[in-house]
Design a protein around this ligand. Sequence first.
Ligand SMILES: NC(=O)c1ccc[n+]([C@@H]2O[C@H](COP(=O)([O-])OP(=O)(O)OC[C@H]3O[C@@H](n4cnc5c(N)ncnc54)[C@H](O)[C@@H]3O)[C@@H](O)[C@H]2O)c1
Length: 398
Amino acid sequence: MNAINLGIIGLGRGFMLTLPALNAHPGVRLAAAFDLRADALERFAQDYGGTTHGTIESLLADPSIQAVYIATPHELHAEQTIAALRAGKHVLVEKPMATSVADCGAMASAAAAAGRVLMVGPSHGFDEPVRQAAALVASGRYGPVRLVTAFNFTDFLYRLRRPEELDSGRGGGVVYSQAAHQIDVVRRIIGRPVASIRAVTGNWDADRPTEGAYAAFMTFQGGAAATLTYSGYGHYDSDALLGWVSELGQVKDPARYGDARRALAALTVADETDAKLARTYGAPGGALPPSAPHHEHFGFVLVSCERADIKLLPTGLEIYADDVRDLVPIAPPKLARAAVIDDFAEAILSGINPVHDGQWGLDTVACCAALIESSRRATELDPRSMIADFAQGKGMRP
Ligand SMILES: NC(=O)c1ccc[n+]([C@@H]2O[C@H](COP(=O)([O-])OP(=O)(O)OC[C@H]3O[C@@H](n4cnc5c(N)ncnc54)[C@H](O)[C@@H]3O)[C@@H](O)[C@H]2O)c1
């Protein structure tokens, strides 16, 4: 089997988190890159050879590139994905797929018209404990799933950010960046279409004026429900409930409480963007993430079936059944995010759509849009109605 020649569009933090899985996959060859940063392109040429490009058009014009991985800022995903699909490339696009239902609809349509794979990821719906919990629910072993309780308390808002990551009008804030993960996890586990969302978002820090928290109640076809809570305000840390394992599967030191806020306090807004780039690919401080001893996770997730509660851990599934409590261990990850590249390569080779295809990404973004709009209008919304409104060319632009 010849390896798939992959072009990278955007050599930043998202790319670095996926890089170990890309490096290790025998079916993928890093063959080209496009970024605005010359230092990143130089490093790519040193590490992989291949071609480097100063425009997306030049990368997409190369007929030897079969697929691209788009890891640029959210607001570029739609335009770059559609251009790549029209050029005949398969596309793996970072989450969120885009920041409007209209853009996601256009991306999914472009994939169908081009007959190419469009996959959205990585996201925490790919995590092995999530996949195993979803399989257990689908098996019906503990009866129908009735409720999922998901919450995550992090310091998201105080990590180094680009200005647009803190600008709600450009898809900034925790909904598109973080609810996209949590909704993905819950949808994978329940395995049914979302019927409604009622949510309240929080915007509590005038120095970081965007959505930093939310609480949402979701119902699903078939009757299951889920509660999703998120706070990125850097106070309580729900990794305390996950054995002090971080989102990326690393062992965490609880004594480092408040580190993100303290580091940020020393920086101006301009310094912050530079500081983020100084730690990314091509920069002197841009080291690859160390391999993780545990699976990645997205906070506390408890799945209630009729005859058991199933708690997801970075090391396994803890099952609280009628008579016994059991820990089903999951072997440690060989490599973080490998499942994403496996799924993408398999979809290209088999021609069968992956779970996280364009329609899946569109449905998740519709949930994000509904979450924000539900809070604004103080009402319950059906995310499918937002998609339908756009298909008919009416309504606001969520
Ligand atoms: N799945 C995950 O866990 C995860 C983690 C981090 C980031 N991400 C996603 O990756 C995307 C990028 O975020 P990031 O944190 O890597 O940002 P970043 O700022 O670290 O990287 C963005 C990269 O894109 C480049 N870039 C900017 N404008 C460009 C353009 N017009 N054309 C080509 N390249 C351009 C920048 O030079 C930089 O190298 C976001 O959508 C984010 O949600 C996902």
